[in-house]
Design a protein around this ligand. Structure first.
Ligand SMILES: Cc1ncc(C[n+]2csc(CCOP(=O)(O)OP(=O)(O)O)c2C)c(N)n1
Ligand SMILES: [Mg+2]
Length: 580
C-alpha cells in the first residue's frame, strides 16, 4: 500500500453522509423499523438501513406502508416510519399520513424529493413536486432538510411533533442531494440529537380535576366513554381502576374495546341506545364528540331533533385544550395526558366514592341482559349460506381463545357486525378503520401488527375492503407473517344483489364478480388458501391458521342478501329528492 492510499482510506473512514446520518438519527432514537417502498432517491437508504440492522419492511404500495407505520405508532407510542420515493410515491403515502393525523397516530412520512432548484423553478424535473407545500395542510407538522448537518435536528423535530401533545402525522422531506452530502464523521455524530422526553407528561390543573369530580359525584346516571386516546395512553391499569372504583357503567369506542375486557360487568355496550340518551353526566376519556358519537347531541342523546342537546353534562379528558366545546358545551374540561389525568381523578376520588344509584345500574343490566340473550339466539342459528352472525360467532370464539391475537377489521357490514359481536379482552388489540371509516387499512395494519408484536393477527375484511390493499398478501407471505385474513365475501359493496337499473350489460356499481375465490390470491404466493362455506369449515381453518402461524386467507362465503346499505350508518347516505 502506498502512503497515498492509506491517507485516502483514513479520510473515507472519517466521513459520513446523508444516508448514514438519517439511519443513525433514527436508531439513536430507538426506531428500529422502516415501512416503505424503494426507488429513486431512497433505494440505497433502504439497503443501508437493512445493513445497519434496521428492519425494513417493503410493501407493494406506499399507502399500505403508510398505514403500517401509522398503526405501529399507535401500538408503540413511537412514531412509525414510512419511507417513499418522490411525487407519486409521496402522494400514495399521503393518504395514510392524513389518516394518521385524523386518528392521532404518531407517524413520520419520509419522502425523497427532487432537485429543489429545478422544482422551485418548475423546470420539469424527474418526479417534480413541491411535496412540502402539499403535505403541510394534511399533517401535524412538515419539515425539509437541505444540509446533512441538519439531519439530526430534522429527525428530532419530526419525532417530537409526532408524539408530543396530541399525536399525529409528520412529513419529512429529504431531497435527493442530501443523501450523498458528506460530513466529518465526528461532526456528524455531534449533530445528532437523542430526543429527551419526546412526549412529556402534561399534568392537569388541580381545580379542573376537582370540578370534574364534583360534577361526576353529583350525577344520578353517570356514564364513562373510553376512546381510542385512552387506549393509546397505555394507562390501562389506572383506567380500569377508575372505572371499577367509580362503579360507573362505561362504553368503549371501537378501538378502546378490550381496554377492559368486553365481558366486564360494567360494560354498557349491549345497552348503548339506552345509556346515551338516559345518562345525565358523561365522562369522556380520550374520546372526541365527533360523528361517531353523533356530535354529542340529537336523537342518539335524547334530543328532539338531530341538532338538539340531550341535556347531558360532559366532563372531557383530553390532551388538547382545543377539543372542548367542539360540538356541545363541556362543563368540566380536564386537559392533560390521559395517564396523568386519570391518575389525578383516581387520587381525587379518595376511598369514600359513592357508587352510582342502584336504579341506574339495574336499568342498564336489564337491557343489557335482554340484548345479550337476543344476540346469543341469533348467533346460534346456522343458516345456509352463512350470514354475518353465524360466521362471526366463530370469530368470536377464536378471539376469546386467543386474546393476545390482533383483530384488524374493515368493511361496512363486515366492520359493524364484527365490532358488536366479537368481544375483545386486551387493550389495543382491535385495529380498525378509525375516525374516517377508511377502507384500505387492512393489510398494512395486519403486517405492522405482526411485525411489531409477533402475535397472530386475524383480519376480518369485507370483500370490497380487502381489495384496497389485497396485493399485500404477497408481503405477508414474503415475510412469513402469522396473519389470517378472512374475506367476508358477499359479492360486493354492502350486498351482492344490486341490478343495473338501466337493464344494460354492466353490473351494478356495488356488485363484484360472483363467487370469486380470494383464497387463490394467497395460494399464488405460497400461503394457505381456504374456501369456507360453513361455520365449521371457517372454524377449522382459523384454528389451523393460528396454530400453524402460516399466512392464510379464508374466503368465507356470506349470504349476498344479508348486508345493509353502508352497514350501521345507512342514514348518512343523502337521499335524492326526485323519485326516479
Ligand atoms: C377509501 C374509501 N373508499 C370508499 C369508501 C366507502 N365504503 C365504505 S364501506 C365500503 C366497502 C363495503 O363493502 P365490503 O367491504 O365488502 O363490506 P360489506 O358491507 O359488504 O360486508 C366502501 C367502498 C371508504 N369508506 N373509504
Ligand atoms: Mg362485501
Amino acid at each position: 500500500m502506498t502512503d497515498l492510499s492509506i491517507t485516502a482510506n483514513a479520510q473515507a473512514e472519517e466521513l459520513t453522509d446523508g444516508f448514514h446520518l438519517v439511519i443513525d438519527a433514527l436508531k439513536l432514537n430507538g426506531i428500529d423499523t422502516i415501512f416503505g417502498l424503494p426507488g429513486i432517491p431512497i433505494t440505497d437508504l433502504t439497503r443501508k438501513a437493512q445493513a445497519e440492522g434496521m428492519r425494513v419492511i417493503s410493501f407493494r404500495h406506499e399507502q399500505n406502508a403508510g398505514n403500517a407505520a401509522a398503526i405501529a405508532g399507535f401500538m408503540t407510542q413511537k412514531p412509525g416510519i414510512c419511507l417513499t420515493v418522490s411525487a407519486p410515491g409521496f402522494l400514495n403515502g399521503l393518504t395514510a399520513l392524513a389518516n394518521a393525523t385524523t386518528n392521532c397516530f404518531p407517524m413520520i412520512l419520509i419522502s425523497g424529493s427532487s432537485e429543489r432548484e429545478i422544482v422551485d423553478l418548475q423546470q420539469g424535473d424527474y418526479e417534480e413536486m413541491d411535496q412540502l407545500a402539499i403535505a403541510k395542510p394534511l399533517c401535524k407538522a412538515a419539515f425539509r432538510v437541505l444540509h446533512a448537518e441538519d439531519i439530526g435536528v430534522g429527525i428530532a423535530r419530526a419525532i417530537r411533533a409526532a408524539v408530543s401533545g396530541r399525536p399525529g402525522g409528520v412529513y419529512l422531506d429529504l431531497p435527493a442531494k442530501l443523501f450523498s452530502q458528506t460530513l466529518d464523521a465526528q461532526a456528524g455524530r455531534r449533530s445528532l440529537i437523542e430526543v429527551v422526553d419526546p412526549a412529556p407528561r402534561q399534568i392537569p390543573a388541580p381545580d379542573a380535576v376537582q370540578r370534574a369530580l364534583d360534577l361526576l359525584g353529583s350525577a344520578k346516571r353517570p356514564l364513562i366513554l373510553l376512546g381510542k386516546g385512552a387506549a393509546y395512553a397505555q394507562a390501562d391499569a389506572d383506567i380500569r381502576a377508575l372505572v371499577e372504583k367509580s362503579g360507573i357503567p362505561y362504553l368503549p369506542m371501537s378501538m378502546a374495546k378490550g381496554l377492559l375486557p368486553d365481558t366486564h360487568e360494567q360494560s354498557a355496550a349491549a345497552a348503548r341506545s339506552y345509556v346515551l340518551p338516559a345518562a345525565d353526566v358523561v365522562l369522556l376519556i380520550g374520546a372526541r364528540l365527533n360523528w361517531l358519537l353523533s356530535h354529542g347531541k340529537g336523537k342518539t342523546w335524547g334530543g328532539k331533533t338531530h341538532k338538539d342537546w340531550g341535556g347531558q353534562k360532559f366532563i372531557q379528558v383530553d390532551i388538547s385544550p382545543q377539543e372542548a366545546d367542539s360540538n356541545v358545551r363541556i362543563d368540566a374540561p380536564v386537559v392533560g395526558d390521559i395517564g396523568s389525568c386519570v391518575s389525578a381523578l383516581l387520587a381525587g376520588m379518595g376511598s369514600q366514592w359513592a357508587k352510582p344509584p342502584a336504579e341506574w345500574l339495574s336499568a342498564i343490566a336489564e337491557r343489557r341482559d335482554k340484548n345479550v340473550a337476543k344476540m346469543a339466539e341469533t348467533l346460534a342459528k346456522n343458516p345456509s349460506p352463512m350470514n354475518y352472525h353465524s360466521a362471526l360467532n366463530v370469530v368470536r370464539d377464536i378471539v376469546k381463545a386467543n386474546p393476545d391475537a390482533y383483530l384488524v377489521n374493515e368493511g361496512a357490514n363486515a366492520l359493524d357486525f364484527t365490532r358488536s359481536i366479537v368481544d375483545m379482552y386486551k387493550p389495543r388489540k382491535r385495529l380498525d378503520v378509525g375516525t374516517w371509516g377508511i377502507m384500505g387499512i387492512g393489510m398494512g395494519f395486519a403486517v405492522a401488527a405482526a411485525v411489531v408484536s409477533a402475535e397472530p393477527v386475524i383480519a376480518i375484511e369485507g370483500d370490497s375492503a380487502f381489495g384496497f390493499s389485497g396485493m399485500e398478501v404477497e408481503t405477508i407471505c414474503r415475510y412469513n407473517l402469522p396473519v389470517c385474513v378472512v374475506v367476508f365475501n358477499n359479492n360486493g359493496v354492502y350486498r351482492g344483489t344490486d341490478v343495473n337499473p338501466s337493464g344494460g350489460s354492466d353490473v351494478a356499481p356495488t356488485v363484484f364478480v360472483k363467487d370469486a375465490r380470494y383464497d387463490k390470491i394467497m395460494e399464488a404466493f405460497g400461503g394457505v388458501g381456504v374456501h369456507a362455506t360453513t361455520p365449521a369449515q371457517l372454524r377449522q381453518a382459523m384454528e389451523e391458521a393460528i396454530r400453524s402461524r402460516r399466512p392464510t386467507l379464508i374466503n368465507a362465503v356470506i349470504d349476498e342478501t344479508a348486508g345493509t346499505e353502508s352497514g350501521r350508518i345507512t342514514s348518512l347516505n343523502p337521499q335524492s329528492a326526485k323519485k326516479k
